[in-house]
Design a protein around this ligand. Sequence first.
Ligand code: CAA
Length: 695
Amino acid sequence: MSDKVAYTRHDNIAVLTIKNPPVNALSQAVRQGLMDQMDHAEADTGVDAVVIVGDGRAFIAGADITEFGKPPMAPSLPDVVDRIEASPLLVIAAMHGVSLGGGLEVAMGCHYRIAVPSARIGLPEVHLGLIPGAGGTQRLPRLIGVAAALDVMTTGRQVGASEALEMGVIDTIKDGNPLENGLSFAAELLEGKASRRPVSEMPAPEGIDWDAAYEATLVRGRGQISPAQCVRAVQASVERPFAEGMLTERQIFMELLKSDQSKGMIHAFFSERAVGHLPELKGVAPRVIEHIGVIGGGTMGAGIATAALLSGLRVSLLEMTAQAGEAAHARISGNLSGALKRGKITPEQHDTILSQALRVITDYQGLADVDLVIEAVFEDMSVKKQVFTQLDAVCKQGAILATNTSYLDVDEIAAATSRPQDVIGLHFFSPAHVMKLLEIVVADKTAIDVVATGFELGKRLKKINVRAGVCDGFIGNRILATYRSASDQMILEGASPYAIDAALEAFGFAMGPYAVADLAGLDIGWAVRKRKRAELGVEGARTYADKLCEAGHFGQKTGKGYYDYAAGLKARVPNPDVLELIAQERSETGITPIEFTAAQIVRRYMAAMVNEAAKVVGEGVARRPLDVDMTLLFGYGFPRYHGGPLKWADIVGLPDLLADIEECAKQDPAFWEPAPLLKELVAAGKTFDDLNKAG
Ligand code: CAA
């Protein structure tokens, strides 16, 4: 018999304890154990009720995701849930920690549910590109109605115990030990002669306008199918008898399990967890970090300081003048008010942070005792070197000196100090207290415990931490520069920026690259182009984008850029001047524009992204393909349901993609030179995911 579900007897109540650390996922052994121990309880003379409880930190976190994609093994989860529900004994779920997905479905198969106040429930299957597959779409609407059930399922959000009680998912909340609670609740129910209460036998709830709900959910999901499919499964719960509704649910679940979207999202789930695990950091003790310094209080510096303060660190922020210091203080204070409004901190915490944890200084000496300092000053090598020389002079021995540069050479910055082993890149994304990505840039001489500390700090700041090597732009900005160039090239060849934005938004990006450019400010790229031209000594090579800026159009902040925002930021309308400027440039350079379909646009954009990403992995700038995938997902708005650019590449097929790249290389061999790693994988018949698995 499986040892994953323990059986104990407490007078006339049997207790089934699930023991499958860390989170009691419903592996085959757990499913079998539940079946066997239900048999055991029913055969055990004198047992009137069964309490199901989870050992460790959760009731059940859901199906075992590692089994997805493998041949199914009996008993299936729907059979287990039906088995529990059909028991002649009274069955009670005693919940604590999370009850997610299949975990909540097991609980809904029980006749009553009790939870501790800190318990959380949810049906997060949509985050894996799936719908609940063990009766969740049929039982939850019967318990709480269609609208609430759809909210829980289509968002996949975790619901706290008190809200779950209000909704009617659970019957009662009690503080204390989950097992004791389950036993006393079972005794009460038995004493009150409560009867079995199978959710499947409850009446079907009222229906809604299903087609409208389906369409609205599809739009909200930006092309993600699974939330919209929840609507169809719930529709079946209303319109069909329970058993038929279950068949509909199963059919949709199995179809989605085979879909590319679920492959992408399951890859994202595991990669998100794997990305911060570096074999070389095993057993390496990080340095202790309690007090950090931040240099520069602009949007980036203030964001970094806010993130650090919110995670309980003390921060000394250095600005050049008292006036700039006041502005930085105001920025941080504004960020903290936002966190307070969103319930992330209490009013007391807010006040303590501002009065005790934050210090704004104007003298480098104030950084003498910090454990780690991050500079977020102007992106200029000579400025960075000056900052690091000063840090080297004032910071205590063992302090970590970090740069937030987005593309400069961290080795060169480290060489400006007498302690390059203590120098590292910590590349945050703006706004740093909101964006999840942190690139941890390891320079040639960075000590291993400094790397470990970078990861530890990132974890404390609740970031997705990706290790990157030194190169121009590291992982993310280097790849971005390439696919943006490919996109700009498509414009010259004939695609409009609006067609490109529309194609990529249909692919799943929240905003296309030109809408993003308007948001970020066109003047930033303009300044870089001007500087690069000055450095190279080339004059006169002005592009349509330069001319747009020369006319004072910097995007949203000036009301006009690629789009015209006269009618509001959301009601963006193409700016006709842009098409004219582009047409002018095409005719000046002798280009006859060609048509691009949306599919061709996406293909070209993605081919450039994948090719550069393969170079980044091949050169060791990113350790594994999944590191690139997570960088693009968490820093660049890449649609999660494609898994990341390299997972997407695996799914569409590497040989075809390489053929496309080679075709483009005929026009522009330097830009489109195929990545050696991509060629190797195609020759060996392998995928990027094979490299992930190899570690
Ligand atoms: N299956 C397999 N492994 C799982 C798992 C699951 N359902 N849930 C978590 N794990 C693993 C994680 O991969 C991680 O492993 P490593 O330590 O090797 O990286 C470990 O358990 C701990 O997980 P976290 O690091 O995420 O721990 P946490 O405390 O931050 O979060 C959690 C815990 C909230 C349960 C989170 O892991 C989570 O959200 N899990 C997924 C829940 C889920 O999606 N359930 C639905 C499954 S689909 C389903 O049930 C379909 C159906 O209807 C039949």
